[in-house]
Write a protein that binds this ligand. Structure first.
Ligand SMILES: *Cc1c(COP(=O)(O)O)cnc(C)c1O
Length: 395
């Protein structure tokens, strides 16, 4: 058998510190490595495979479409793209859709749209306010948008037009707003930045502030969208509506696809302003349509709130049992466990050897982002493994 990890170190750019396991197969919430060992997957493609691995609804739809029409270009009308746009509009507060290939692309599109809005309606305003701890993607512009200094340092100078302000602080947003501001861009719950839950009124206050100043509110729901928090879109849980919304991770249940959505009034692109060769490709659009239709028809949002509550209750029990757990927090099935020291990696490795995949969020925290179709049984199995791993932590 090939030593894949050795070959990777020889041929692949060394940009990622990987978990030492080679995954070859998946089904539902389970994956298998090249030695046949089974794992319960509470990472799920980094909050991506929302219906689990290789769900038949997605796999069959993709296979059928791949045997029918794979790629045209956006110079032509194609059915899967239009059906997907209609389904997104009919199930959201937004009016128009552009389909792309990833989260950062959706966010780039959102910022371009907001700048277009600024140039047409706000006397050339172009600045976008974002928050510290946010993550919006890894293009140069989205690196600048992300409020994480360690992401910025290797790539200066970065594109201008982004102001990173304190998170969860309405006063910080207000005082950063000038006549150059065209939009505020936020994740309803910051994902990569630490599963940071906003204060009760924060999002409403930002919404009101944007209305008062006539600027746009962009919600980056690349991670929180498609039921991750227990509603189809996170904004539903916070009683607000964005002007622009971005989606990606869960949208295709593993097939790379993103979407940029806007209210009619913010939808100011005209012909020639924006496009993508692969964006809205028949195969990826079909995967997204199949995923979205399934999550809506089967009340996956309801499942996420129910199972998410159970997971949180069980984690609180572990927190009471182990004093080195300083916090468990989350919403739906986006959950973080924080420790009083940097044991994230050793917990991850211990879980790996016991057959559970978890994500290291920070040196002192892990994240659980399981598929959205799990039930209490999978939670019990994961909790059992976590309990064992925690009981081995040397204090
Ligand atoms: C993952 C993520 C992105 C980037 O998505 P890519 O598909 O990796 O480009 C952007 N925003 C948020 C909130 C994310 O979680």
């Amino acid at each position: 058998m090939n030593n894949w990890q050795e070959l990777e170190s020889k041929y692949y750019m060394q940009t990622i510190v990987r978990v030492p396991v080679t995954l070859v197969k998946g089904k539902g919430a389970l994956v298998w490595d090249d030695k046949g060992k089974e794992y319960l997957d509470f990472v799920c493609g980094l909050a991506v495979n929302c219906l689990g691995h290789c769900h038949h609804v997605v796999a069959d739809a993709v296979a059928e479409q791949a045997n029918t029409l794979i790629q045209t270009s956006n110079w032509y009308y194609t059915v899967p793209q239009i059906r997907l746009a209609e389904l997104l509009v009919k199930n959201s507060c937004l009016d128009r859709v552009f389909i792309c290939n990833s989260g950062l692309e959706a966010n780039e599109g959102a910022v371009k749209l907001a700048r277009r809005y600024g140039s047409l309606k706000l006397n050339g305003a172009y600045e976008v306010i974002t928050t510290m701890g946010s993550f919006h993607g890894r293009s140069l512009a989205m690196t600048a948008a992300s409020g994480q200094p360690k992401m910025h340092e290797p790539y200066v100078p970065l594109p201008v037009g982004f102001v990173n302000v304190a998170n969860n602080d309405i006063e910080a947003v207000r005082s950063a707003t000038t006549d150059k501001t065209c939009a505020v861009m936020l994740e309803p719950v910051q994902g990569e930045g630490g599963v940071n839950i906003p204060g009760d009124n924060y999002l409403k206050e930002v919404r009101q502030w944007c209305d008062r100043r006539g600027i746009l509110l962009i919600l980056d729901e690349v991670q929180t969208g498609i039921c991750r928090l227990g509603a189809l879109f996170g904004y539903e849980l916070y009683g607000i509506e964005p002007d622009i919304l971005t989606l990606a991770k869960g949208l295709g249940s593993g097939i790379p696809v993103g979407a940029l959505l806007a209210k009619e009034r913010a939808s100011v692109f005209i012909a020639g302003d924006h496009n993508s060769t692969f964006g809205g490709n028949p195969v990826t659009s079909t995967a997204a349509y199949a995923t979205l239709k399934y999550v809506i028809d089967n009340d996956i949002a309801g499942n996420v709130s129910k199972v998410g509550r159970y997971l949180m209750d069980e984690l609180k029990r572990l927190k009471d049992k182990y004093s080195f757990i300083t916090d468990v927090r989350g919403r739906g099935l986006l959950v973080a466990i924080e420790f009083n020291s940097d044991i994230g990696q050793s917990v991850l490795m211990d879980c790996l050897s016991k057959g559970l995949l978890v994500n290291k969020l920070k040196p002192d925290a892990i994240r659980l982002i399981p598929p959205l179709i799990i039930g209490n049984n999978e939670v019990d199995r994961a909790i059992g493994i976590l309990d064992e791993a925690f009981s081995g932590v040397v204090k």
